[in-house]
Design a protein around this ligand. Structure first.
Ligand SMILES: *[C@@H]1O[C@H](CO)[C@@H](O)[C@H](O)[C@H]1NC(C)=O
Ligand SMILES: *[C@@H]1O[C@H](CO)[C@@H](O)[C@H](O)[C@H]1NC(C)=O
Ligand SMILES: CC(=O)N[C@H]1CO[C@H](CO)[C@@H](O)[C@@H]1O
Length: 370
């Protein structure tokens, strides 16, 4: 999702009471600060409070910084008891906030950015999610250039988040939320990008529940460069001795609907480990941008991904829908349900799906998996 419009998508859902998993507070939030019955408003960070299951006091107005996970809090592995026993390997949600405030770099922790809440992560794991896409900013990790040493504090906080997730039995997707850019400039130095990935993968090579995502949403870039950057990331990660799965992303915001016309060259990517997963994003509003809570039709979910399904199968690849969402209304509910049913029915090529922001009816649907 284009970060500049994030505020808009969440603001448009303003109703009398925020729905399950909906936003209920945060800087600039103008919608409801109370949740529907059975949910309470939980402070996540200064930009976001969310309706989580259960009673409890609303903490929307809290402004202190309790958002960082504690490395000491761990939970039993939940994979065997997860309700998500369908065919998807990965089923999850983004954990977005360490990349916030991108206009201010490196920015101040607790003011411009923070890290995901361990409480939220644990709640979502208990509800059956097993995959968390952890967005972060490359500039905050490497200040001077892509090959420079890591910012120790940012790396430590990022690692604590990842460790919390993986110690709890879930998968953590490391997502440099950079749109193929570094300090706003399109990355053209594939060698430096490869080194960045060697350095990062070295830190996480021993954690088998980590997944590497080369970059979030390349866009308006040369198509061959997108191919080369992905290959450079793959080569860099393998040079570190890391053997986990790698999510590659395409040009044009990695859109599933245009993948079969835009990103066909990506079939040429190679991986000695054979663990590439093509991550595509798909929103269901008119221009596929995720800026409107309205879905085009109840069928649009399937219609936008069938071409990608064919492409994956024809090329012997597997994919994941790494971002999707629909507004809290009946048309979107049908559209998203149709999308997920289609992915599930084609689980030979689709390995999972990750919500960008959860919808109010999600829990019921998720439990219907398996
Ligand atoms: C990391 O988190 C700690 C709080 O545990 C905070 O004080 C520090 O500023 C953070 N640093 C970065 C760079 O995120
Ligand atoms: C490409 O994908 C779109 C969207 O899924 C689909 O409608 C279209 O038929 C596909 N075109 C080709 C040539 O496969
Ligand atoms: C559950 C969760 O972490 N959802 C996040 C997805 O991304 C949006 C936009 O960045 C956040 O506001 C949500 O908190």
């Amino acid at each position: 999702m284009k970060s500049s419009i994030l505020a808009g998508i969440f603001a448009t859902g303003a109703v009398a009471q925020s729905g399950a998993w909906g936003q209920c507070g945060g800087n600039g939030w103008q919608g409801s600060t109370t949740c529907v019955s059975g949910y309470h408003c939980a402070y996540q960070n200064d930009w976001y409070s969310q309706c989580l299951p259960g009673g409890g006091a609303s903490t929307t107005l809290k402004t202190s910084t309790t958002a960082k996970p504690s490395a000491t809090t761990s939970a039993p592995p939940s994979t065997s008891t997860s309700p998500n026993t369908g065919k998807f390997k990965w089923f999850g949600i983004n954990q977005s906030c360490a990349e916030f405030g991108h206009d201010t770099l490196p920015g101040i922790w607790g003011k411009h950015f923070t890290f995901p809440s361990s409480t939220t992560i644990q709640t979502l794991i208990n509800d059956g999610y097993n995959t968390f896409r952890v967005a972060f900013s490359m500039e905050r990790l490497v200040h001077d250039d892509m090959t420079s040493a890591f910012d120790a504090g940012y790396l430590r906080n990022l690692t604590e988040t990842v460790d919390f997730i993986t110690n709890a039995g879930a998968y953590a997707v490391l997502d440099p939320h950079n749109y193929g850019r570094y300090y706003g400039n399109i990355i053209t130095n594939t060698n430096a990008f490869s080194t960045f990935w060697t350095n990062l993968a070295t830190k996480f090579a021993s954690n088998s529940r980590v997944i590497f995502d080369t970059n979030n949403e390349y866009n308006t870039m040369d198509q061959t460069l997108v191919l080369n950057l992905n290959q450079a990331a793959i080569d860099g990660i393998r040079a570190a001795g890391a053997k986990q799965h790698i999510f590659v992303e395409g040009n044009a915001w990695s859109g599933a609907w245009s993948w079969n016309t835009t990103n066909t060259n990506m079939a040429a990517l190679t991986d000695p480990e054979g663990k590439l997963v093509y991550e595509m994003h798909q929103y269901l509003d008119a221009d596929s941008s995720g800026t409107s809570p309205d879905c085009v039709s109840a069928q649009i979910g399937v219609q936008r991904v069938v071409g990608a399904t064919s492409w994956l199968r024809a090329n012997g690849k597997v994919g994941i829908i790494g971002e999707f969402a629909g507004g809290p209304n009946a048309v979107c509910q049908s559209a998203v349900t149709g999308l997920l049913d289609h992915l599930k029915a084609n689980s030979d090529v689709w390995m999972g799906a990750l919500w960008w922001a959860a919808g109010p009816w999600w829990a019921e649907y998720m439990y219907s998996f398996g």
